[in-house]
Ligand binder design. Sequence first.
Ligand code: ATP
Length: 609
Amino acid sequence: METLEFQAEARQLLQLMVHSIYSNKDIFLRELISNASDALDKLRLAKLQDGLEADTSDLHIEIEADTEARTLTVRDNGIGMTRDEVVELIGTIAKSGTAELLTKLKEAKESPELIGQFGVGFYSTFMVADKVTLVTRKAGTEGHGTRWESEGAGTYTIDDAPDVPIGTTITLHLRPKDEDDALYDYTDEWKIKEIVKRYSDFISFPIRKGDEVLNSQKALWARPRSEVTDEEYHQFYRHISHDWTDPLEIINMKAEGTFEYEALLFIPSRAPHDLFQRDARRGLQLFVKRVFIMDDSKELIPDYLRFVKGVVDAADLSLNISREILQQDRHIQMIRRRLVKKVLSTIKDLMSSNPEKYATFWREFGRAVKEGLLSEPDNHKPILEIASFATTHGSEPTTLAAYVERMKEGQEEIYFLTGESRSQVENSPHMEAFQAEGYEVLILTDPVDEIWVDAVPEWDGKKLRSIARGAVDLKKDEEEKEPEGDFGPLLGFLKEKLDERVKEVRLSHRLTTSAACLVSDADDITPALEKMYRAMGQEGPRVKRILELNPNHPLVTGLRAAHERGAEDAALPDTAELLYGTALLAEGGDLDDPARFAKLLADRLAQTV
Ligand SMILES: Nc1ncnc2c1ncn2[C@@H]1O[C@H](COP(=O)(O)OP(=O)(O)OP(=O)(O)O)[C@@H](O)[C@H]1O
């Protein structure tokens, strides 16, 4: 017999379980049944797809209770585990982001939402038991199995176990009942039945206790919506998603005819912590005629809808279908297109039927959904229809349709400005004339916004237009007031001095209070995008921008006067640099040489005190 230590993160999670941070302890049984059901699926699949020799004629889960000995046993005749697997799967937590979550959890104390973000799984048994024994033998192995035991503290023991049948048996040595602490008598027949019925009714294998089968085993997606309660849907959602909060929306689909399938999809009510982590699990469960085929089937749902959970049961696929074949399968592609359409239209309906739910949806998943604007040009329209954006029009986000409705007479384009935060965008010099003239501007602050705006040419016939790009002339109908005096020589001088950084210096129509701003040429990439490419390791030439000057600003007129007095003035080049640097800072940009800028500024201020 060997005594081993739990991995540090596993130990922390166990400690949280032992000290029961989650008030609903009943769920331990759901977790055990869920694992057992997965193990049965795996065995059936191993036989089907890999030709493993195994008896799958009576796959089931069995519950045994001994009131006197205060033990509860859950047994399955599924795939089982090898000794190494027990150490790896039960002794450690491999999920990404666990360490971070644990830290947050400890800070937050009572926080079911946080715990819900990773299923506590097997460890939840320590909420109700002070000792847990697991005996298992992997299908396809001969001879002895493995016996694992722990009291939930820092260590566990592991040993060979003779004469073990295939599958896994887990025995809980229950703690004394304490109903004040929601710790019930889990050997009680009635309690067990209640838990199974509530949490695990849909499990497709029989859950037996003695001669009785406790669950109906009905596949939820095959039942008409009117016959299924929300509670049943929610429990099923938990089973497949490991999310403990209720889903935001449930979608049923059924297609008959040449290619039959049924789907049951869930839109969660909040984003998982790993929504933007590359290695996160995503995809739907695939069944063929009620038989589980695979988890995380990415082929069924595009990446930008990766938060959607659920099941697709296709009638006409082969039970042996592999991931490789799945990728090319015409039917799968068709199902995927239909699912996308259905999810997008469901969200669109929510916008009018339940704006609050829609707002939650967009807040949680909007950033991911916008990725679809890059990957699915065919779906620009339905995606933009369900999108909303922060705007200068008020504190509430707006849809593009509502924006267009408010457009001023003569306005032909949809204006937006990207940046890192709302306040940075709002205070950017680019915004000045638009605000002064009462034009609404969309405020786009997600990293993905920098990219999709280039991929989407228009909405409803109106071009999407960055107000930090190209020339802007909002008063074109009015009589243009020529700036007094000749700025030509000053512009030429500045262009020469700032040649390394700007490609043009011109007078601006977009500034009211600032002296200067920087704009990108209509076809050039923006500095933010340039920065992103650089962060991804793609070095390209620096893209020069255009410096625009406000001809009515005293700094600019003063500069012109100084230049007229004497182009040789030694202070002028420094002022040019200060002007450029200030414009860059005002839009939230990064100075190349902040120390030099600070020195120039300090020297200049010193002359005025
Ligand atoms: N009855 C079982 N038969 C075979 N393997 C099992 C069984 N129970 C657990 N395992 C293995 O141990 C792993 C860890 O289980 P655990 O319940 O901690 O997490 P999980 O089921 O992977 O996910 P979650 O934590 O979200 O429930 C499982 O993924 C599975 O590989």
